[in-house]
Design a protein around this ligand. Structure first.
Ligand code: BTN
Length: 265
């Protein structure tokens, strides 16, 4: 990315003087964690044009080629107990939907818990990570987001082609990455300001955006796969599922596949 793009990103960063831009990095989340441990301030934003080791939830990789996506991590220092941040991934996903709506004019859905989807294709993901102080309180939170912006379907590697999409490929519109990145920073800034005081409202919006609710799902934990229906999401972001044997339970980890999406027939 050229100098003028870096300048435009810095000008639109709501956290003043704290934007770091990398042409290529292994992972903005990994680097953000290192910087946070070294004392980087609240609101430090890292943006990369390309990642060689982009990471997703559950140890997965996040395909991060240059010139077509946004790979961003923000360091937050909310000074609270970890229990107060159980909804952070959900809040970041709602912020991502807000950003897409303001930059591109449509609102994606959220596949529980951290995937943004349009037309049954994953266009973005959120990876949040916490660091703790010696008292077990939150020292820092890293909110990482990856958005596929400008890829055509044929640009995705074979194994992702039937599940992934980009803002461009699902809307047919040309996408201005700087505009999307600016909207993303703005939405995360507003999320940060409301994170601890407006949890109920944020989670209400998350339930409205979440396309998993009411759907048939399969919950995969290790070797165990259980089928059921997604009923609700609690204030911590856990998914309430009624399983086919009639039992109801909250799910807060593992993989939840939604019937009809990402190749789950
Ligand atoms: C997921 O799909 O499970 C989450 C993907 C999150 C990807 C973003 S890209 C910027 C930041 N750096 C990373 O290594 N991961 C996140």
């Amino acid at each position: 990315m050229k100098e003028h793009i870096i300048r435009a990103l810095k000008e639109s960063c709501p956290w003043q003087d704290s934007l770091l831009w990398f042409p290529c990095i292994d992972s903005t989340n990994t680097r953000a964690r290192e910087l946070a441990r070294q004392g980087a301030p609240h609101g430090t934003v890292l943006i990369a044009d390309r990642q060689t080791g982009g990471r997703g939830r559950m140890g997965r990789s996040f395909h991060s080629p240059g010139g077509v996506g946004i790979y961003m991590s923000v360091i937050l220092r909310p000074h609270c107990a970890p229990q107060a941040l159980m909804h952070l991934t959900c809040a970041a996903a709602v912020a991502l939907c807000d950003a897409a709506e303001s930059a591109v004019g449509f609102r994606p859905g959220i596949k529980w818990i951290n995937d943004l989807v349009v037309q049954k294709r994953k266009i973005a993901g959120v990876l949040t990570e916490l660091g703790f102080d010696s008292q077990g309180m939150v020292d820092f939170a890293v909110v990482g987001i990856g958005i596929n912006c400008c890829q055509q379907q044929s640009d995705f590697p074979e194994e992702l082609r039937h599940v992934a999409g980009s803002l461009c490929s699902v809307t047919g519109k040309e996408i201005d990455r700087i505009r999307v990145a600016a909207a993303m920073m703005d939405a995360l800034y507003r999320m940060d300001a409301q994170l601890l005081t407006e949890k109920a409202r944020i989670m209400e919006q998350y339930r409205r955006d979440c396309i998993t609710l009411g759907q048939e799902v399969s919950v995969i934990r290790g070797d165990e796969i259980r089928c059921g229906t997604a009923l609700d999401i609690d204030e911590s972001g856990a998914l309430l599922v009624r399983f086919s044997d009639g039992q109801e339970a909250f799910v807060n980890s593992g993989e939840v596949s939604v019937r009809g999406m990402y190749g789950y027939a």
